[in-house]
Design a protein around this ligand. Structure first.
Ligand code: ARG
Length: 434
């Protein structure tokens, strides 16, 4: 009986399906013309190019003389500007703000933190960063932010998020500001091999795309030392292999020499900060193909403005221990050919200032093109998105930015991004020909 009914109803059902799919708008086609385009993969600049965009993807790139603009396409002519792939910052804290550092952080609720993130997501996108890897937030506020952006409810970059970073009791990723009677531990605290394995699983369960852990002490934590290792090599190995089993990459906060070496040997995907890296550390990173993500602009902000932002004396003192050394270590690593991905730790300093770091990367050993590559092809490779971001190529997301001037001779022009497109949608355009 049911079968007969089904047969009778089938044509109607099919018609209904066809109808519900009916007004399927054909994807918007945009032809973006620019005098210069940075081919980040090849490390060269191409002149007079047209990029054809269909829906949220890049369809074609080529010389304007050869790429036919399809009828009905919207033409956006960027004039003399230089077009680049949308930038990627592989170390942000969008839900963090420099004003909320130190003891003030204790008064910030998770919902308040999420709203701070909503503000910073827009600022970051408008600064030309169309993708971020967010490595540390409370209460899964980063997961909520990512999901709201993906649902189209808020403007912001694509986000890969870590949720709460894993760390030892009393370490950089714990919360050490409260007296013992409060008996408070940060959510990511896990000690011992079974505990770190369980914590990785839990973090993935609640939405993490990537796992972050604290291999060494830090600057913005009470009572620990950036140079001292925190997790044991055995704990790191268990944590990393568990994350990899679940297909998640792992980022290690590691300032100290030994922490850098042990995390790298344990198979971590990136060393964050890397401040006290030595020759053995550089050799280990090279051997394993591990990325260095060094926030080398940070020191200027922390020492210059930290006091007025309420950073504690302990933080400032620890910053003096690592800041300049981090830059020298970065130079050595860069010259030795260590893979470098751009990451700023924005959140320690104001969001939207991310691009200030390019000038420091150039001052400390990279060519302007290498600095651009660190924030495009390299960062895309690090985060596992080489197939969709970091280059202006057919099939990639139409995430594009443009600047006036030549970023391959003067990277500071990246501090003034004047055109931003994400997924084929215009975010801002201050270049449009009048
Ligand atoms: N979040 C890092 C920490 O607290 C910031 C380090 C900033 N300093 C630097 N020179 N990169 O350890």
């Amino acid at each position: 009986m049911i079968r007969i009914l089904r047969l009778i109803l089938l044509p109607y059902l099919l018609a209904a399906v066809a109808l519900s799919q009916e007004p399927k708008p054909s994807p918007t086609v945009i032809a973006l013309k620019a005098a210069h385009v940075v081919d980040a993969r090849a490390g060269r600049v191409l002149d007079r190019q047209t990029v054809l965009i269909s829906g949220d993807r890049i369809e074609k790139v080529g010389p304007s003389l050869e790429v036919a603009v399809p009828p009905g396409a919207t033409v956006i002519d960027l004039g003399p500007a230089t077009l680049l792939p949308g930038l990627i910052d592989s170390h942000t804290h969008l839900t963090g703000d420099p004003r909320n550092a130190g003891y003030r952080s204790l008064g910030i609720s998770v919902p308040r933190e999420a709203l701070t993130g909503a503000k910073n997501a827009r600022v970051t996108l408008e600064a030309g960063f169309t993708t971020v890897r967010n490595v540390g937030a409370s209460g899964y506020s980063d997961v909520a932010l990512r999901d709201a952006i993906n649902a189209g409810e808020l403007p912001g970059p694509r986000m890969l998020v870590s949720g709460p970073p894993l760390g030892i009791t009393g370490g950089h990723c714990d919360e050490n500001l409260l007296a013992p009677e409060f008996n408070y531990h940060a959510e990511g605290v896990a000690d011992g091999i079974p505990a770190v394995m369980a914590k990785v699983r839990e973090t993935v369960k609640y939405g993490a795309d990537v796992i972050k852990f604290c291999a060494s002490g830090g600057v913005f934590s009470k009572g620990d030392l950036p140079g001292a290792e925190q997790y044991s090599p055995a704990e790191m190995a268990a944590l990393i292999s568990e994350a990899h089993r679940l297909d998640r990459k792992v980022a290690a906060h590691a300032h100290g020499t030994q922490a850098i070496i042990d995390a790298t040997n344990a198979g971590v995907d990136s060393i964050e900060h890397g401040s006290l890296i030595d020759d053995a550390g550089i050799a280990a990173l090279k051997q394993h193909g591990t990325y260095l993500v060094a926030d080398i602009y940070n020191d200027d902000f922390i020492l210059g403005m930290g006091k007025q932002y309420g950073f504690t004396d302990e933080m400032l003192e620890k910053e003096r221990m690592v800041g300049q050394q981090q830059r020298e270590g970065f130079r050595k690593a860069a010259l030795a050919g260590v893979k470098i991905a751009f990451g700023t730790d924005a959140g320690v300093y104001p969001h939207g200032w991310n691009a200030k770091q390019f000038a420091y990367m150039v001052k400390y050993g990279l060519s302007p093109m290498q600095a651009i590559q660190s924030a495009t092809v390299n960062a895309a490779d690090l985060i596992g998105w080489a197939d969709r971001a970091g280059a202006i190529e057919p099939g990639k997301f139409a995430d594009l930015i443009a600047v006036q001037g030549d970023p391959t001779t003067d990277v500071t022009v990246l501090e003034h991004v004047q055109f931003v497109m994400k997924a084929g949608q215009l975010v801002k355009n201050e270049l449009a020909k009048k």
